[in-house]
Design a protein around this ligand. Structure first.
Ligand SMILES: C[S@@+](CC[C@H](N)C(=O)[O-])C[C@H]1O[C@@H](n2cnc3c(N)ncnc32)[C@H](O)[C@@H]1O
Length: 221
């Protein structure tokens, strides 16, 4: 190889390293701000404050790990969990299916929350209808699910959503807010999930992580 060709090859290599470092920098940018649960809890607290809701009965759906508990820790909230599977949770779990939970009384909850659950529900339209039924008039629903994320069967991974889809599913409620959270869009989650079955290679893995949320309110009659 001529020395000038060698120099060009070195420059190409340096440019590649620079590009890869840039990609890593963008991929790590999400670590600079509040973490996921913190962002969700902050958004939920703001929605509760806007709705003037500071006490009442809360149902968190699919919350074996109950990361929302600190939002509702104060004694004027009653926090309950509904999950299709019982788990290692120090909050009592009502084992039930949100798509068909006639055992829970209509209009008996002030707030219903679900985070990372709708993508695991086989018939999410029934879940949205049940949430609308369970909320008392004026009650608030907060749903966070996924538009883009790796395949993660917990126990089964069925769906991905857009804000338009959530607006449609929750059309019995008045829409307060819906949209995307792309903070972790370039987060590198290759091989991170316990049940991750996405193939990983040197160039990538799953690199589009978009959360999608919907906040709705049951109309007063
Ligand atoms: C990925 S986990 C979500 C964990 C939790 N919400 C969090 O933020 O860490 C999904 C949960 O939804 C539950 N689930 C799935 N289908 C359900 C259904 N039809 N009714 C109630 N819970 C369901 C699963 O058992 C699981 O606990």
């Amino acid at each position: 190889m001529q020395s000038s060709e060698l120099e060009l090859a070195r420059q190409d290599l340096a440019a590649d390293r620079h590009r890869l470092a840039e990609i890593d920098r963008v991929g790590d940018a999400w670590t600079l701000g509040p973490r996921r649960n913190e962002r969700i809890n902050r958004h939920l607290r703001a929605a509760l404050a806007d709705a003037g809701l500071a006490s009442g009965r809360v149902l968190e759906v699919g919350a074996r790990a109950h990361p929302r508990l600190d939002v509702f820790a104060a004694t004027h909230w009653t926090y309950e969990v509904l999950d299709i599977e019982d788990g290692s949770c120090d909050v009592p779990v009502v084992v039930g299916d949100i798509t068909d939970c006639g055992e829970l009384a209509s209009e008996s909850y002030d707030v219903i929350v679900s985070v990372d659950v709708f993508e695991h529900i086989n018939r999410p339209w029934l879940a949205a209808a049940e949430i609308a039924r369970l909320l008392r008039p004026g009650g608030l629903s907060y749903t966070s699910t996924l538009f883009a994320w790796r395949y993660h069967p917990v126990p089964i991974d069925y769906w991905r959503f857009t804000p338009d889809c959530l607006d449609f599913l929750f059309s019995d409620l008045t829409r307060v807010d819906s949209g995307f959270d792309t903070t972790e869009r370039r987060r590198d989650i290759r091989g991170r999930g316990r049940r991750d079955q996405v193939p990983v290679d040197a160039l990538g893995g799953f690199r589009e992580n978009w959360r999608v949320f919907h906040v709705g309110r049951k109309p007063w009659r």
